[in-house]
Every structure is written in structure tokens, then in C-alpha cells.
Write a protein that binds this ligand. Structure first.
Ligand code: AKG
Ligand code: FE2
Length: 318
């Protein structure tokens, strides 16, 4: 019987493709389970193939981040501290010309970020119906935490698309900082953790007890009673995948070093832009140059008016 099945697979390229896809999806099944269990968040080391990551980093270094310090780079602009949950962070849009390899990785079916998102979130990697796609991908931005105090308070990313919220991806480019990215989920009433830190997957975050890792005196006791709090100092080429509108997360204020990330988002097939989010989303259209700046100004005005999101939870498309 095995001889018969292997010979039909050998003869049928379509079947080999299916086998390959199933193997690939199986590799990500534990991340997929973790994403579902933790309410739409997962952290993955080695998101891109090393050569792809290297190429993206080099392209960005010679374009968007072309000066030695982000501070003196004219393309990097401050994210308004009064209107954003990011504090003292600077950023710039990445166009296709800046990094063709990145745009390829966003869209490529064979091993890129789109495939990772589809395997983890949609449970399949082939771009078929019901998966995430790149035709509406929100443009990647470079964001730099470099100034002392740069960070983000607890927030939930804005939902821009419905019925399925977009999936945000934070790809770390470099990190010599002492920033920790944290996320928290409310503890269940029985006091048991809603998520386990020992699933056996090497990419699962478990950086040890927060008390031990803490560098500054912050009172955690209450927070740890009410929430499962996870924390990680993100490594280069890691991806934090987050469903917008889902889990609260933050970045602790920088006291040394520098952390540079790429932020982008993927939209599920069949989902549409939430009407009053149009201005906000247009800020993130790929390759939009001047349009992006105008839209960003509109976005700031909108956020100044709206303040906190419904339900009291801070929302952000930062
Ligand atoms: O820098 C990070 O790790 C998270 C960034 C973030 O949450 C955001 O930009 O909304
Ligand atoms: Fe966020």
C-alpha cells in the first residue's frame, strides 16, 4: 500500500505540493494553537529566512535608515506624543523602492511573512479563500526606539477591518535596548493561568519570572494577580503577531541602546475597511509618499478628538 501511495505522489506534482503544504502547516500547528489560546498573540523567533532578513536589513540601512543615528535622519519623524500611545518613538514609511525584498517577503507565498501569518492565524499557507492576503496589506513602517524614555503604554491596536480584524506584525530589525515588549490577558476566575508558558515550542515566550527580570522598581503584585503577563526582549528577525482589537500590550521605556522594528498589517480576504477608519488606514497605504503625510495629519486630528476608544481600553494604530 505504501508503495502504491508513494508512487502516485511521485507521479503527481499537485500531490507533492499538497504534501509540502501540509508539512509546512504542521510545523506551525503549535504556534497556531498558542495564538488561538492566548486571544490572538504569538511571538516567533526567526520569522524570515536568514538571507531574506539580511537583505531586508541591508536595504533599509541604505534607504530609510541611511544615516548612522535615526535622530539625524530627515525621513524619520516624531510620532506626536500627545496623540499617540507611543512615547518618543520616531518612524518612517517604507516604500517598495526602499526595500523590494521586504515587499516580496510580505507577499511571497513561499516562506515569507504572509505565509507565516496565514499558517499561524488562518491555519493554511496557500493564500486560498479565507486566508490573509497582501493586496490590502497596510504599508510597513520603520519605528525606532532610541530616545531615553521611548516606549508604549498599555494599549490595544485599532481595528481597521471587519468582520475580521487585521493582523499586525512587529518584525524586530535590531535590538540593543533594554525595552521589554509585554502583553497581558486577564486571569480566569479560578485563578488558573489562561495560557501556559511551557508548550515545548522553542519560539514560545518564557523569559522567566518578571520579578527576576525587572530592572526598575514597578509594582507588579496587583497586575500579576489579575493578569497573565508575558514579557520578551525581542530579538532581530523575530515577529510578534497580534490580532488588532485583541490583547493589550506595551513596550517598557528605554533607558539604553536602540530598538528598531518594522510594523505592518495583513487583512483577511472578504474583510472591509471600517468606515470611520478610512483616514487612519490610508496613512498606511503602501508607496504613498506625500499622500501618507496628509493622511497622517488627518489621523492625528481624529485621534485628538476621539481620545480613548469605547470600553475604556486604549486603542492605537501606532
Ligand atoms: O514595539 C513593539 O514591540 C510593539 C509596537 C506596538 O505595539 C505598536 O506599534 O502598536
Ligand atoms: Fe500595538
Amino acid at each position: 500500500m505504501s508503495a502504491a501511495s508513494s508512487s502516485s505522489s511521485d507521479r503527481c506534482p499537485r500531490r507533492r505540493e499538497d504534501d509540502d503544504r501540509h508539512r509546512w502547516e504542521a510545523r506551525y500547528s503549535s504556534l497556531r494553537r498558542q495564538y488561538a489560546r492566548d486571544g490572538g498573540v504569538v511571538y516567533r523567533k526567526s520569522a524570515l529566512a536568514p538571507d531574506v532578513f539580511e537583505a531586508v536589513s541591508n536595504e533599509l540601512r541604505s534607504s530609510v535608515m541611511s544615516t548612522t543615528t535615526a535622530k539625524s535622519n530627515s525621513r524619520m519623524t516624531d510620532e506626536g506624543t500627545s496623540t499617540s500611545f507611543a512615547t518618543l518613538r520616531i518612524g518612517a514609511r517604507v516604500s517598495r523602492e526602499d526595500s523590494p525584498t521586504l515587499y516580496d517577503a510580505i507577499g511571497r507565498e513561499g516562506g515569507g511573512l504572509l505565509r507565516l501569518v496565514n499558517a499561524v492565524v488562518a491555519g493554511r499557507s496557500d493564500g486560498e479563500d479565507g486566508s490573509y492576503h497582501n493586496s490590502m496589506v497596510l504599508a510597513p513602517d520603520v519605528r525606532v526606539y532610541e530616545k531615553i524614555g521611548a516606549g508604549m503604554g498599555w494599549h490595544v491596536d485599532d481595528v481597521l477591518y471587519r468582520p475580521e480584524a487585521q493582523v499586525e506584525v512587529v518584525l524586530t530589525l535590531e535590538n540593543t535596548s533594554d525595552c521589554s515588549t509585554m502583553w497581558r490577558t486577564p486571569r480566569r476566575c479560578d485563578g488558573r493561568s489562561s495560557s501556559s508558558s511551557s508548550s515545548g515550542d522553542e519560539s514560545v515566550v518564557d523569559d522567566g519570572p518578571l520579578e527576576r527580570r525587572r530592572r526598575r522598581p514597578i509594582r507588579w503584585s496587583e497586575e500579576l494577580r489579575e493578569y497573565d503577563v508575558r514579557s520578551v526582549e525581542t530579538t532581530p528577525n523575530s515577529a510578534l503577531i497580534l490580532r488588532a482589537g485583541g490583547v493589550e500590550h506595551k513596550v517598557t521605556p528605554l533607558t539604553s541602546g536602540r530598538r528598531t522594528i518594522l510594523k505592518m498589517a495583513f487583512v483577511r480576504q472578504g474583510s472591509a475597511l471600517v468606515e470611520d477608519m478610512a483616514v487612519h488606514a490610508s496613512h498606511h497605504r503602501p508607496d504613498d509618499g506625500k499622500k501618507g503625510k496628509d493622511a497622517a495629519r488627518g489621523s492625528k486630528r481624529r485621534r485628538r478628538r476621539s481620545g480613548k476608544s469605547a470600553g475604556g481600553s486604549r486603542a492605537s494604530r501606532d
